[in-house]
Design a protein around this ligand. Structure first.
Ligand code: ASP
Length: 349
């Protein structure tokens, strides 16, 4: 809590980092967070004032829902003035979705919110959890001239600090489980932690934190594949109450030009559904004017997701629709970067 020491609040939501093996079944299950502190006595050596809050019960991140994000936003907003930085311990499986959602929900964020977790439980000998946790705390506490070095929602994993809404989980096996392909790392932890100041997001003005608690889940991710049927696409686009679609297309934003496909896209757009084109590729972005196939989507009223991750696009739609914006307002917001989640090429601005 507030004293002269730098203070960090750890919010433990669940995930492997805080799991232990059930002696009877051999299954990994979340355990009480106090056990985590017992397992990392090094935390006491950091010289920071560290407080903890845990989800009751802690959850595997595959159970995460928008309500979980709202809970995290509440905890951060309620404690915002008491701490210098925040570390969110989270399962890796949906960490990129949570980081993306938080980046939109914590408007005007001026303090670090660092998400981390691990591939092996912190109590295990070869765990990656200790390293991730200790460095995440250091980053959350880091300041220069009294100002936080990284006032963003980030993911720290295996030596790399990445912008949360640019990150995707890419491995269920490797310690290096996350990538930010379309945006450079914000910091690298080697012998020293090197911060890359020129790529870290800073608000031009210091407005007070504006937490948001409204998300609308009437969205869907539609991943194309060769052979996808008309019935599949039609059924998805006709889900009652559907407001937004993240359309995962091929390469630089290409999709079939069959009449039925483009017809269904147009029909959905005319009903007011916002369809956002993102690429299935891990790197690069959508350029709908590059090929005839992509251009046809543009003509059908599909909007570009540029170089967005699927995680950022879907949570951004949830956020925008949650705030009851009109179809046109949602499209306009998808066409600009709210918090560094996309880069719009010069020629398309
Ligand atoms: N299933 C776990 C989770 O996402 C995996 C992990 O933490 O790495 O909660």
């Amino acid at each position: 809590m507030k004293n002269n020491l730098t203070s960090v609040l750890i919010i433990y939501t669940g995930g492997t980092i805080g799991m232990a093996e059930n002696k009877t079944t051999g299954i990994l299950e979340p355990f009480n967070f106090h056990h985590l502190l017992d397992n990392v006595p090094e935390l006491r050596q950091l010289g920071f004032s560290i407080s903890t809050i845990q989800f009751e019960p802690p959850i595997d991140s595959s159970e995460v829902e928008p309500d979980s994000w709202i809970k995290i936003v509440h905890i951060i907003a309620d404690n915002y003035n008491l701490f210098d930085g925040f570390v969110v311990l989270h399962g890796t499986d949906t960490m990129a979705y949570t980081a993306s959602a938080l980046s939109f929900m914590l408007e005007n964020l001026g303090k670090p919110v660092i998400l981390t977790g691990s591939q092996l439980p912190i109590g295990m000998l070869r765990t990656d959890g200790k390293e991730n946790l200790i460095t995440a705390i250091e980053i959350a506490a880091a300041k220069e001239n009294g100002q936080p070095l990284v006032p963003e929602v980030c993911i720290f994993f295996e030596n790399h600090l990445m912008r949360g809404n640019r990150t995707t989980k890419i491995s269920a096996e490797n310690f290096s489980a996350f990538r930010s392909t379309n945006y450079p790392s914000l910091a690298h932890a080697g012998v020293h932690i090197r911060y890359y100041d020129n790529v870290i997001y800073r608000h031009a003005s210091h407005k007070p934190l504006r937490p948001h608690y409204l998300m609308d889940s009437n969205v869907v991710i539609l991943k194309l594949f060769p052979g996808i049927s008309e019935l599949t696409v039609r059924s998805i686009l006709n889900i009652p109450g559907l407001k937004g679609v993240v359309l995962e297309t091929f390469g630089s934003g290409n999709a079939p030009t069959k009449e039925w496909f483009l017809g269904l896209m147009k029909e959905a757009v005319n009903k007011g559904i916002v369809i956002v084109n993102v690429t299935q590729c891990r790197g690069g972005g959508v350029q709908m004017k590059r090929y005839g196939t992509g251009n046809k989507l543009l003509e059908a009223g599909v909007v570009s997701g540029y170089d967005s991750t699927t995680e950022a696009a879907v949570t951004k739609l949830m956020f925008l629709f949650g705030h009851k914006l009109s179809t046109q307002e949602v499209k306009d917001n998808m066409n600009c970067s709210l918090i560094g989640e996309i880069t719009i090429p010069e020629e398309e601005r």
